[in-house]
Design a protein around this ligand. Structure first.
Ligand SMILES: [Zn+2]
Length: 389
């Protein structure tokens, strides 16, 4: 066997480091011997990589459990408070931001309204919010591992470019580089639903699921797909546009300019405008007013129809993708049993034989900080070189 050149060795070292960190994240605490058994790496490789991780502060060791005679084994675990991350959710009218530790635990949450969403305004505001979060939490800036930002649109994650966002009216904006220049730490951007899927895979219901679909319902409808443990983005970052799959040939006009998209029937704004058409006498202006009238037969039928449409779209997604778990989150989890009951029925009715029988469909009640926390997890996964992105 030829000997490894310096370059190859550093690649091997990085791969080993990645493998060991991922093992500790998912199954830790573990002893060095257990790491060796699980990974198949040599004892020498384990020793070297673990020493490096301890030096970096990312892994800590402690004696756990009394052993009968002899020294108790030293157990290794990830030190989640070694660094912090900041996550942003960029919306049409504001920025939500959180500061988290490396396990995604939120230490502070702030919001700022945005008068407009030019890249310059977004970068300036995000930069000053980062400073404010660090000050609020008393974290020195050299402990900030990175920043993540989730936004609605098609994102080239590798280049850090927002290729297209109709919400923000952006085309080809190199937002990650602009933020890096202003804040001075690595920045990862992604589609907001993909960011949430990454968070679910890292810290949530998807921790032990290799194939899952995370679906957001609210202002829009979207999905983030995790395949073989990684977020699946497709050729140009556009995978998972569930809201723009067709639910009605030549149907209602969607914000995207096409006709008959699911989002034009079953998102919260679509529900409000359909309610105005169906029941003008009720004068429904908000989703809360709509839910207050859920006893009205016309509104009940509307919620049922919308839920069925999403459930049918999910059946198609299940047939194409065969996930082991579906997690539904977003503001729309408030839509209640009429919507989600019919969603579940339509999913089971329409999925190919057997694929949806034992498929868990979990509703995740989201706090105000959930989207921004998802974005922080992008930075966290980059810190750990985790096998998510
Ligand atoms: Zn559309």
């Amino acid at each position: 066997m030829r000997s490894l050149r310096g370059n190859d060795q550093s690649v091997v070292r990085a791969l080993n480091r990645n493998a060991i960190l991922n093992m500790l994240l998912r199954n830790g605490p573990l002893s060095r011997v257990q790491l060796k058994d699980h990974s198949g790496l040599s004892g020498a490789a384990i020793t070297a990589v673990v020493a490096e991780l301890i030096e970096d502060g990312l892994v800590e060791e402690q004696a756990i459990g009394a052993s009968t005679g002899g020294r108790p084994p030293m157990m290794l675990s990830v030190n989640y408070s070694a660094r912090t991350a900041v996550g942003f959710k960029l919306m049409e009218r504001g920025l939500d931001a959180v500061l988290t530790n490396l396990s995604g635990e939120v230490h502070a949450h702030i919001h700022r309204d945005l008068p407009e969403t030019s890249p310059e305004t977004v970068v300036r505001t995000a930069s000053s919010m980062t400073t404010e979060l660090l000050r609020q939490c008393g974290v020195p800036s050299d402990r900030l591992a990175g920043v993540g930002m989730g936004l609605s649109g098609v994102i080239d994650v590798v280049a850090g470019v927002c290729t297209h966002s109709s919400y923000l009216q952006w085309r080809n904006v190199p937002i990650a580089a602009l933020l890096e220049q202003a804040i001075g730490v690595p920045v990862v951007i992604d589609n907001d639903v993909n960011a949430f899927a990454a968070a679910e895979r890292l810290f949530g219901h998807g921790r032990h699921a290799l194939h899952l679909a995370v679906v957001s319902v609210g202002r829009g409808i979207g999905s983030g797909l995790v395949a073989n443990g990684r977020v699946y983005r497709g050729a140009s970052g556009g995978a998972g546009e569930l809201g723009h799959t067709v639910t009605e040939r030549r149907g209602r006009l969607c914000d995207c300019g096409k006709l008959g998209c699911l989002e034009a029937y079953a998102s919260e704004p679509a529900l409000v405008s359909r309610a105005q058409e169906l029941a003008a006498d009720l004068n429904i202006l908000t989703i809360q007013m709509l839910l207050d009238h859920a006893a009205d037969a016309r509104i009940a039928a509307l919620l049922t129809d919308a839920g069925e449409r999403v459930g049918t779209a999910l059946a198609n997604l299940v047939n194409l993708f065969n996930p082991e778990l579906i997690v539904i989150g977003g503001e729309g989890v408030r839509l209640g049993e009429l919507y989600f009951g019919s969603l579940r029925r339509a999913l089971r009715e329409n999925a190919f034989d057997g694929l949806a029988n034992d498929l868990p469909v979990l509703l995740e009640p989201w706090g105000d900080d959930a989207w921004a926390r998802g974005a922080a997890s992008l930075a966290i996964s980059r810190t750990f070189d985790m096998e998510v992105n």
